[in-house]
Design a protein around this ligand. Sequence first.
Ligand SMILES: [Zn+2]
Ligand SMILES: [Zn+2]
Length: 348
Amino acid sequence: MKDQPPEGLRYPWDTAPAEGEAIEVAPGVLWMRLPLPMKLDHVNIYALDEGTGWTVIDTGFASKRTRAIWKTLMQGPLQRRPVERVIVTHHHPDHVGLAGWLQAEFGAELLTTRTAWLFARMLTLDDQERPAPETIAFYQSAGMAADVLARRRDERPFNFADMVAPMPLGYTRLRQGDSIAMGGRTWDIHTGNGHAPEHATFWSRDDNLVLAGDQILPSISPNIGVYATEPMADPIGDWLESCERFAGLARADHLVLGGHKLPFTGLPMRLRQLIENHHGALKRLLAFIDTPKSAGECFAPLFKRSIGEAEYGLALVEAVAHLSHLYQAGLATRDRGRDGAWVYQRKE
Ligand SMILES: [Zn+2]
Ligand SMILES: [Zn+2]
């Protein structure tokens, strides 16, 4: 994730809700936050007032601390009325983490896209003590630094089940082009791709609200990576297609309620920035691969800053995504280099 200046964007609230508290960002729409134990240290969640209870958007990691905060929220801002529906924007653990818990403990109905549900459930069931051989091969293909690879080989990898509560069978599918009634409004559903496949976003027909998840964020660009599950995916191409499509829907007065950072207005400009950032990164990368380079060698032109240990994995999958996009667009060649890594070179 890269930091960017917030030019042209407006942030109606300069501070986020405190732990266990909510800010009403529009009539019947509450904004709340849950902590994450990472550099990006929070996720935003929202609750929409249904009169009898609530529809909540996203859920946080499944941790003891987050469950306790949820209970505080239920007693406080949610006024002891039930969570009737839980909407998950995409399958990442900070968003889906407690969906299964809200289903199992509180009887909430889960609504999400089919891809998000299948991915989340598959990954929570895929318990790994050590990285799968396909993952190690994928890291080697990406040119992961030898010391990092040696360490990862012998470590328990990130397991979805460590951060995502068990997911019971059964959910309600959300689709591109559907609409849904929530919080006294009708919302059009538009799905995006690139950050996560079939990521749901919700566009109110009745006022200026957009529930964007991680598809559109202010001040940081969502991570876009390629993984061993689909090594020839082209999430950069998918991402650009989504941004261009959403640009046709975006209004300057839209209040964007995203999964991280602050609510903002200025969506048309933000989408342009996100598109230009990737075009800029691809251009710098193309100039850099005048001689063959693996993904692990491409952090400098892509990120323009040094990458620490904690960010290494995200940086690597993002570098693979950009190089593979150039390769699949016919702008670069790809050959096996030393140590079995793919090395990419600009076509003359
Ligand atoms: Zn995400
Ligand atoms: Zn997120």
